[in-house]
Design a binder for this molecule. Structure first.
Ligand code: 5RP
Length: 227
């Protein structure tokens, strides 16, 4: 029997959403299932308010009748639930495959508790085989790409449907091809504050737990001992 690992993880994570919470709703194909499950819980009487991390999730949540806040209307988030592209045993994650990394990082940073949801393919020994998304300003994008290329990071401007991909914030994405085992702290340090860079997709030790859907049909819950 084929199991839907993303659906299992998303639906399990929704069980952590409780009455009265302000909930960060992530972006992507795994978060999609979590948002659907939360929408069903709201239909059944759950009272929450939510902050979406992208226009796609916002549209989905509205359709489901989940009450939404804007980012300026809140000073904290009780629980943020979102997907990841890769995560290592030290809870270092790459996010932003869907291009929503900036809002995802803002929301997760405000959260008292963070849950990353995924299928088991996202668990890796060392992150970096997946490209690292970096959100860059359109103005001066070529120069920002050159700055990143000078470090040997192999940046590629993201294209979608034949057009340069534009984020919900009106910026471009440079995908860095670093390779598994790159120096995480060095890249993090160099990207933070680099001219032209709004934010990058390194989410280091931010989650309290991972919820992993497995091909066996099991859902693994991995608690972060440092949180
Ligand atoms: C979007 C993200 C997603 O959470 C990440 O790409 C995982 O997506 P999926 O659940 O579709 O595999 O960071 O910016």
């Amino acid at each position: 029997m084929q199991v839907d690992m993303k659906k299992m993880a998303g639906e399990r994570a929704a069980q952590y959403v409780k009455d009265g919470m302000i909930v960060g709703l992530g972006t992507g194909s795994t978060a999609y299932h979590m948002v659907n499950a939360v929408g069903q819980m709201v239909k059944n009487g759950l009272s929450i308010r939510a902050i979406p991390t992208s226009s796609a999730t916002e549209a989905q949540a509205r359709e489901l009748g989940i009450p939404l806040l804007t980012i300026d209307e809140l000073d904290h988030v009780d629980l943020a639930i979102d997907g990841v592209d890769e995560i290592d045993p030290q809870f270092n994650a790459i996010k932003g495959g869907g291009g929503a990394l900036y809002r995802e990082k803002v929301v997760a940073s405000l959260a008292k508790e963070v849950i990353w949801i995924m299928d088991e393919s996202k668990l890796v020994d060392k992150i970096g085989a997946f490209h690292l998304p970096v959100e860059i300003a359109q103005y001066g994008a070529k120069q920002a790409m050159a700055r990143m290329a000078a470090f040997g990071w192999n940046p590629v401007l993201r294209i979608k449907n034949g057009e340069t991909f534009v984020t919900d914030n009106g910026n471009f994405i440079a995908d860095l091809h670093l390779g598994a085992g790159f120096n995480i702290e060095q890249v993090y340090g160099r990207l933070s504050g680099m001219l032209g860079v709004l934010e990058h997709g390194l989410f280091l030790n931010m989650c309290n737990r991972m919820i992993v859907g497995c091909a066996s049909g099991e859902v693994r819950i991995i608690e972060n001992p440092s949180k």
